[in-house]
Design a protein around this ligand. Structure first.
Ligand SMILES: *Cc1c(COP(=O)(O)O)cnc(C)c1O
Length: 407
């Protein structure tokens, strides 16, 4: 039976190590994310990457590199490995001469990559005896929380900005979660979770304020490496809100190198934000270590509308040390790109990921993406979860159909 090789957790800012595995944690004493550490030396000798990869199912196959100690606590909804889809026509359309592939995370339970983190975080909550979970959400995280919490028999409470896509709210309710629309931003929702802690007795599952969502997200890095024959892409584009995906990939790559699974090569890590909410891009451009809060954040790409992120410095570090960058995309370009990818490739990406196609176009034009680069874009969610434009075309069967008018 595979077991977890977790040893302890460490503060991501100070490196302080006194955080025990198997205890309840939020942020470190320094108020920054905790990163789980594993006994990679033992794991290296005990199990091969091929043995793990050959196991059936999705991200739970990486048990050794996840924090859950007892198999009984694993809360799963039949996840599978998400496919990598090549997009030669979209590459040509957006001016990239090299290979373009998309990791389609929209195929996970609740149709977004939030499933990875919440499946692991809820499993850990179960292991730690927590019964009531709460979090702020822009939509997808709340739905994934509701799904896995209900599955585990735990209570869940989510708070979202009032312009969160309706489908996410309805989905969360159908999945047995409690959710409220709040007339504020996601960080205002986070304040409600913090303020209600004593009275409601809930555990705060905010991303990166809870250490195990990051661990679940990490499996995307192992998975994509295995799918590509343990050879990472040259550039990896992430729609970036809180930045959990970027930080998690960075940890996954470091662990795989320590295990001898991959070499030292890293993809250029490209963090893509919306022009209406781009705190990380601003910090990147001005050379800051931390980002300042983005006021009046607006974008309909809800997953990347995060005015302030507690893991900001970790995202910026990964982006900078990989030779990547942070880039902001205008709202109109996001929706235009979404329709163009749909029409050229027959693939409905989410708006957050659509922004990454525009970023690729700029990278190809400006030369920070080379024509020979193998580029991967993470499609973080299924495009069907968002409101879409409707041409309103109608036909009236009580009259003859004018076929000439259809073209
Ligand atoms: C949450 C979310 C993001 C942002 O992910 P982070 O890893 O938190 O930056 C992007 N796209 C979608 C669809 C999301 O739900």
């Amino acid at each position: 039976m595979p077991r977890s090789y977790i040893t302890h957790l460490e503060c991501s800012l100070t490196g302080e190590t006194g955080y025990a595995a198997g205890s309840v944690h939020n942020l470190s004493a320094a108020g920054r994310p905790l990163i789980a550490q594993y006994d990679l030396n033992s794991l290296k000798n005990d199990v091969s990457k091929e043995e793990i990869w050959a196991r059936p199912g999705g991200f739970w196959k990486w048990r050794e590199l996840l924090p859950v100690q007892h198999a009984d606590n694993i809360t799963s909804l039949g996840e599978d490995v998400t496919p990598i889809v090549d997009m030669p026509k979209a590459a040509a359309h957006f001016g990239h001469q090299g290979t373009l592939i998309v990791k389609d995370e929209g195929r996970l339970p609740t149709a977004s990559f939030k499933a990875r983190g919440l499946s692991v975080a809820v499993s850990m909550a179960r292991e730690l005896g927590l019964k009531r979970l709460a979090m702020p959400t822009n939509g997808n995280a709340g739905a994934a929380l509701a799904a896995y919490a209900s599955r585990a028999g735990l209570e869940s409470f989510a708070f979202c900005p009032d312009d969160t896509p309706d489908v996410n709210i309805q989905e969360t309710e159908m999945l047995g979660g409690n959710i409220w629309r709040v007339n504020g931003f996601i960080d205002d929702c986070g304040k409600i979770v913090a303020a209600g802690k004593e009275k409601m007795g809930w555990f705060d599952l905010s991303t990166l304020k809870e250490p195990y969502r990051l661990q679940g997200k990490k499996t995307m890095g192992f998975e994509l490496a295995a799918q590509l024959g343990w050879e990472l892409p040259d550039a990896l584009f992430f729609p970036t809100g809180g930045g959990t995906a970027v930080v998690a990939m960075w940890q996954a790559f470091a662990e795989m190198e320590a295990l001898g699974w991959i070499g030292p090569k890293r993809p250029k890590m490209i963090a893509v934000q919306a022009a209406g909410c781009a705190p990380l891009v601003k910090a990147y451009d001005t050379g800051e270590k931390f980002a300042t809060r983005w006021d009046n954040a607006h974008t309909k790409a809800a997953g990347i509308r995060v005015p302030q992120a507690v893991g900001d410095f970790l995202v910026l570090n990964a982006v900078r040390s990989s030779g990547g960058r942070a880039i902001a995309i205008e709202e109109t370009q996001i929706y235009q790109a979404q329709a163009e990818v749909g029409a050229t490739e027959g693939f409905l990406v989410c708006p957050e990921a659509a922004a990454a196609f525009v970023a690729l176009q700029q990278g190809a034009q400006e030369g920070w993406i080379a024509p020979t680069d193998r580029v991967m874009i993470v499609n973080s969610g299924n495009g069907l979860k968002y409101e879409m434009p409707d041409s309103g075309a109608r036909l009236d069967i009580s009259k003859p159909i004018d076929f000439d008018a259809l073209i």
